[in-house]
Design a protein around this ligand. Structure first.
Ligand code: ADP
Length: 299
């Protein structure tokens, strides 16, 4: 079937390259953005004129398209990540700088201001420390495809972790109720599993109201060991539920910051759970609460 190439190729960017290749009789290389159906795709495109042996006559055109969409997406993720990290660091650094300058400008002579500003500086420095250590943790886990796994009793591990978050819960008068089968074991790296449980428990406490309760369930079901952490707190809307495991994603930035959150906790949790060959899911209703469920293969 013969016809005008412009009828067959409905992409202006490629047609422009073809025109240029015909006019110049030279190979044209460009990165082009093309919408295919609803998908935005990126290609490394080469339009190569095929000339007859005598180099006098153009016999045809070869178009080579190399799909670089995935590469582009990764590049964008990297850029977003750098932008997010810089943004997260900027706020505490600005605050430390501002308060130190104010102290040096004379506020240091007033004991009340001195104490208050130093405390703010310490709090902001702690924020940076938590952020940097969580970033390092995330990058360490991302580079790890294999951990030394050993059988861990879930109920024991949960009891261990509750000791760590007990103070936080007491401050908000939150009662942690346990419903745990004693003989549920999974293959895990104990300190990383601890991190998962503490993260989920801390979130449940942080995003609960005062005097709420939290329920922790450990059970066995159809070959899976299941850990459920249920709270009756602020909840998460359906659109947000798919995003909360992304690095730095926070539904309410101010609230998360106030409670010392970095938006990295659930990203770390998800990575660790995946290294343990497990899955994590969330069920939630805004205003009613959330249940985070982690499923591992039973031993
Ligand atoms: P953060 O350090 O902000 O807590 P996370 O990665 O642990 O970061 O969680 C990401 C976001 O998911 C939180 O900022 C919060 O908006 C939401 N979230 C996590 N756990 C809960 C929960 N139990 N109830 C309501 N919202 C939650």
């Amino acid at each position: 079937m013969k016809g005008n190439y412009e009828e067959a190729i409905n992409y202006p960017a490629i047609n422009r390259m073809i025109k240029e290749a015909i006019a110049t009789e030279k190979t044209i290389n460009e990165a082009v953005e093309i919408k295919i159906n609803v998908h935005q795709k990126y290609f490394d495109a080469a339009v190569v004129p095929v000339l007859s042996k005598t180099r006098k006559k153009l016999e045809g055109i070869v178009i080579v398209l190399h799909d670089i969409t995935q590469l582009k997406t990764l590049e964008q993720m990297r850029k977003d990540f750098v932008a997010n990290v810089s943004h997260e660091l900027k706020t505490p650094i600005t605050s430390i700088k501002g308060f130190s300058e104010t102290l040096l400008d004379g506020a240091k002579n007033d004991p009340d201001s001195l104490d208050m500003f130093l405390n703010i500086i310490l709090k902001e420095a702690n924020r940076i420390q938590v952020l940097v250590s969580e970033l390092l943790e995330l990058s360490k886990i991302e580079r790890t495809s294999h951990l030394q796994l050993s059988p861990v009793n879930m109920a024991d591990k949960v009891a261990n972790c509750i000791e760590v978050v007990q103070q936080l819960a007491l401050k908000k008068h939150i009662d942690i109720k346990l419903n745990m089968e004693p003989d549920v074991y999974i293959l895990a790296e104990p300190s990383k599993l601890k991190q998962v449980i503490i993260n989920l428990l801390s979130n449940a406490i942080n995003y609960s109201f005062e005097n709420n309760s939290i329920e922790v369930t450990v059970r066995q079901s159809e070959g899976a060991s299941i850990l459920e952490i249920k709270d009756y707190g602020i909840g998460i809307s359906e659109e947000e539920q798919v995003r909360i495991f992304e690095r730095f994603y926070r539904v309410d930035k101010a609230r998360s910051r106030d409670s010392g959150g970095t938006g990295l906790g659930l990203a770390i949790v998800k990575h660790i759970v995946e290294v343990f060959n497990g899955e994590i899911e969330v069920e939630s209703q805004p205003g009613e609460g959330s249940t985070f469920r982690v499923k591992f293969k039973s031993l």
